[in-house]
Design a protein. Sequence first.
Length: 474
Amino acid sequence: MMFLLIPFTLSLIFSSSNALDFCVGDLSAPQGPAGYSCKKAEEVTANDFVFSGLRATGNTSNFFKVALTPAFSSQFPGVNGVGMSVARVDYPVDGRAPMHTHEATEVFVVIRGTFYAGFISSTYKFYSKTINEGDIIAFPPGLMHFQINLSKSPALAVSFYSSESPGIYIMDNAWFANDLSTDILQKTTFLDPDQIKKLKGLLDFCVGDLNTPQGPAGYSCKNPEAVIVDDFIFSGLRVAGNTSNLTNSVVTPVFSTQFPGLNGLGISLARLDMAIGGWAPMHTHPGASELFVVIQGTIRAGFISSTNKVYIKTLEEGDVMVFPQDLMHFQFNVGKSPALAFASFSKASTNIYSMDNAWFANDLPVDILQKTTFLDPDQIKKLKGVFGDFCVGDLGAPQDPAGYSCKKAEAVTVKDFVFSGLSVAGNTSNVMKAAVTPAFSTQFPGINGLGVSLARLDLAVGGQTAMHTHPEGT
Ligand SMILES: *[C@@H]1O[C@H](CO)[C@@H](O)[C@H](O)[C@H]1NC(C)=O
Ligand SMILES: *[C@@H]1O[C@H](CO)[C@@H](O)[C@H](O)[C@H]1NC(C)=O
Ligand SMILES: *[C@@H]1O[C@H](CO)[C@@H](O)[C@H](O)[C@H]1NC(C)=O
Ligand SMILES: *[C@@H]1O[C@H](CO)[C@@H](O)[C@H](O)[C@H]1NC(C)=O
Ligand SMILES: CC(=O)N[C@H]1CO[C@H](CO)[C@@H](O)[C@@H]1O
């Protein structure tokens, strides 16, 4: 047996030292304990050895207030087989990496801020230290360790690991973020059942506390002790919405703001009522996919893929359609009776991002819209009038065929919508014995972009206006 193995092993060593300078991971192959299979050498380029994913600050909106952005072999196949990797770790004020381990040694380098960091040895000795910018602390493999941000500002660290895929094994998650029963946990950890239930509660759900500001990750959690069953129930969809509006349809959303029990759960809902002939105009839900179920009526629905392919279909009661994340979609009631549908979104809180509102219901200047949408200025002005709040003209800016640019919304006051210049009679001491006092957008910037204007005409006895036209104005 030995006899056979030795030459075989030797040949392996030689062939690998000749051929394998590197083994860029082939992410399409499954990851084994030794990493990914190697990508074909002739397909490997310099880009495989470069990873730019650590440039951006990680998203620290989570329970622990920490963001680990890994450049492990799954993200950065160039480190496959190299036996080391790196991660960026961002901590907001009050952020912390809770007690955790890795199957690797970690060398933690403070880039910005001050941390209190430590680990617990396998002889249960506690090693800890306050560390500052440029300081380095090493956490031996498999030992529980933590870092707490002590700075008054967000902190940043870079961690190097002695493995290309070191894993992150967080104690709280291992114990509390699953269905391991309280009595087994109690027996195996000696923690009190109340403590276990509290921490299971914290990590199982996070009923939104609507008194706190909503962050990117949702609301802060309501104290789990104050959570009651009604926090998980919402009755606001019993009644149909009022469809008396432009689209003869109405969306009643059930996002975490309406239903705080959804907070942090990554799902939400809406009721869509459509009168006969109603429609939901072109829109997206940023960051969320949608599942759309027809409860009543016949709805024609579709979406447009990012390769501009249209997928459209008439749905009957009980039919379900999925609108993949961020793709523009629309629905029409094509039946002879009101229609009802429920939609579910893959986020606890999303928006209804309507194209018309995005383009026309704000002060995006007409000339920019024209350049960026190729729509005619008249079309833009008309739709700004329909959807728009307004576009009060900025008289400091040059007037173009589509009107003035919009004044900044913050600078708009009610005075912009009021014009008193027509209360005085014009001076008719002229050859025509007539005076026209205009209230065009130059005099009255509030009508800018609305496609309408006004004038006062004073005619003295015997006065007249000469033959004239109003170019492009009725
Ligand atoms: C940050 O993470 C939260 C929770 O996963 C998510 O809802 C939010 O959109 C993220 N924010 C950004 C800027 O990616
Ligand atoms: C529906 O909305 C319209 C327009 O806002 C309003 O006039 C009408 O009273 C509302 N109907 C009901 C039943 O609330
Ligand atoms: C009118 O229709 C739009 C588009 O469907 C909808 O988002 C909005 O909530 C409706 N408005 C009212 C007041 O019902
Ligand atoms: C009206 O216009 C005439 C001619 O320009 C001028 O002489 C006169 O002072 C003006 N009257 C008033 C009240 O402004
Ligand atoms: C300024 C500030 O709030 N710093 C915090 C950084 O994190 C530690 C630990 O969570 C807090 O105690 C500090 O108050």
